[in-house]
Design a protein around this ligand. Structure first.
Ligand code: SF4
Length: 444
């Protein structure tokens, strides 16, 4: 009884499922609702320059962005009139229990799981469950929901990158990007939230503010849809990055769950080494992620001083560079053969000097890591400019000469606003731009 109630889509907030499934280790870690940097929108004085926010902006913005007392409320996806259980919101053990609670054998659960995620079927409805027991199919038709998303549009960029727009049940729209690469690697970049609360100053998604967290099912389904829609055309999708809309670790419960489902060997079977979750630096959630997940971690660093990072990534006012890097240094000491990926968006005149490169080398000393230097992708209203290719190469050379493992990541899909930091659609009322420190006035 308790189990079947637990999985009713509307009846249960996601945190309940996680409380039941959590490991002993997890239960000692902070929960999402306790540990998010702020449970009100990000433009509060805590993280914003008071001088940069007018009262009218705050009040009008607050009126359109839900201000929730807890993240459970944000996560509770009250967008469906259906009381059916959403299959893709369950890990395999949960699905098996649910199947058993309806009087069917565990073997039926495994066959269903393989049709949802494996064998090139990626079933989207009961009619695609060929080979399953007829009574079982009938039961699924009555009690189960297969789809968490519906396809709105696919845009194809000149370099072959696809941007897929999905409608959610509540009318909101999310974006997923599929990036084909040479050498047989194709990456799907999934969203974890509608909008984002972090207000990174260089990011278009950040201009939206946070509308809500995505459920685990809505996250998993992006990868399933990408395989279903595009595998035939562009080949196998091998990698997943949680670098679409949103700060994944602000939605840590659902993101860890979705990543677990993606790496299940009987299902989508992505290698944990090829599933990367990115964060802007939510330190407690990052610590939890490193305990609970065996997937890869990327940290969006983008600055070498607190002065610059406080400005361009206001989360730094809560968890500064010292805390962020100190935590990584401590946690990675006990993780065998594990490297964090530092992402560094190159902003002309802001974070791209040779002094920055030298500071970066000393900041990341003793942290097992790789570094991605990312070309900034401008968007309408952006105040930053991309660093020239020549300067990026100089910066790269300083790092490489010091022994760092460093890659250049060129822009992909920017003609369709599918590139890094370009996703989403801000409304008329947006979070505030923060005050530019005096010595960077010339750079923006
Ligand atoms: S860069 Fe990432 S964390 Fe920062 S505002 Fe954009 S989506 Fe959010």
């Amino acid at each position: 009884m308790e189990l079947s109630r637990m999985w009713m889509r509307r009846a249960r907030p996601h945190c309940f499922c996680v409380v039941v499934a959590k490991s002993a280790m997890a239960s000692t870690m902070p929960t999402t609702s306790l540990s998010v940097p702020y449970s009100i929108p990000h433009f509060t004085p805590l993280l914003s320059s008071p001088r940069s926010i007018s009262k009218s902006t705050c009040s009008s913005y607050a009126s359109v962005v839900p201000v929730h007392g807890s993240n459970t409320e944000i996560a509770n996806n009250s967008n469906s009139s259906s009381s059916k259980v959403l299959l893709k919101g369950m890990k395999y053990a949960e699905l098996e229990n649910w199947v058993k609670s309806h009087g069917y054998r565990p073997g039926q659960a495994l066959m269903l799981w393989k049709r949802l995620y494996g064998n090139n079927i990626w079933a989207h409805c009961v009619d695609e469950l060929e080979g399953l027991n007829k009574d079982f199919q009938k039961m699924l038709g009555v009690f189960a929901e297969f789809k968490a998303l519906s396809l709105k549009e696919i845009l194809t960029a000149a370099d072959g990158t696809r941007k897929i727009l999905f409608n959610l049940d509540d009318g909101l729209v999310i974006e997923t990007v599929v990036i084909p690469c040479k050498r047989g690697r194709t990456t799907v970049c999934v969203s974890s939230q509608v909008g984002c609360a972090m207000n990174c100053q260089f990011c278009y998604t950040g201009r939206m503010g946070l509308r809500r967290h995505l459920t685990a099912a809505e996250i998993v389904e992006q990868a399933v849809f990408a395989r279903r829609l595009l595998s035939g055309e562009i080949g196998s999708i091998t990698n997943v990055v949680f670098m679409g809309m949103g700060e994944p670790l602000h939605n840590v419960e659902n993101v860890i769950k979705a990543a677990d489902i993606m790496v299940d060997e009987q299902g989508l079977h992505f290698s944990p080494r090829k599933v990367t979750i990115s964060t802007s630096g939510l330190v407690p959630q990052m610590r939890r992620f490193l305990y609970e997940s065996n997937c890869e971690l990327a940290v969006s660093l983008n600055a070498t001083t607190d002065e610059v990072r406080n400005w361009i990534m206001p989360i730094n006012r809560k968890y500064n560079l010292g805390m962020l890097l100190g935590t990584l240094r401590e946690e990675l000491r006990v993780k065998h053969n594990y490297k964090v990926l530092f992402e560094y968006v190159m902003l002309a005149g802001v974070n791209d000097s040779i002094e920055d490169a030298k500071r970066l080398i000393s900041l990341i000393q003793d942290i097992p890591c790789k570094i991605n230097l990312i070309t900034f992708n401008p968007h309408c209203g952006s105040q930053f400019k991309p660093t020239s290719e020549e300067k990026i190469i100089d910066f790269r050379n300083v790092l490489a000469e010091a022994g760092c493992v460093v890659f250049l990541r060129p822009s992909r899909g920017d003609d369709q606003m599918a590139a890094c930091g370009q996703l989403g659609k801000p409304g008329e009322i947006q979070p505030p731009l923060l005050r530019v420190p005096a010595r960077f006035q010339m750079a923006v």
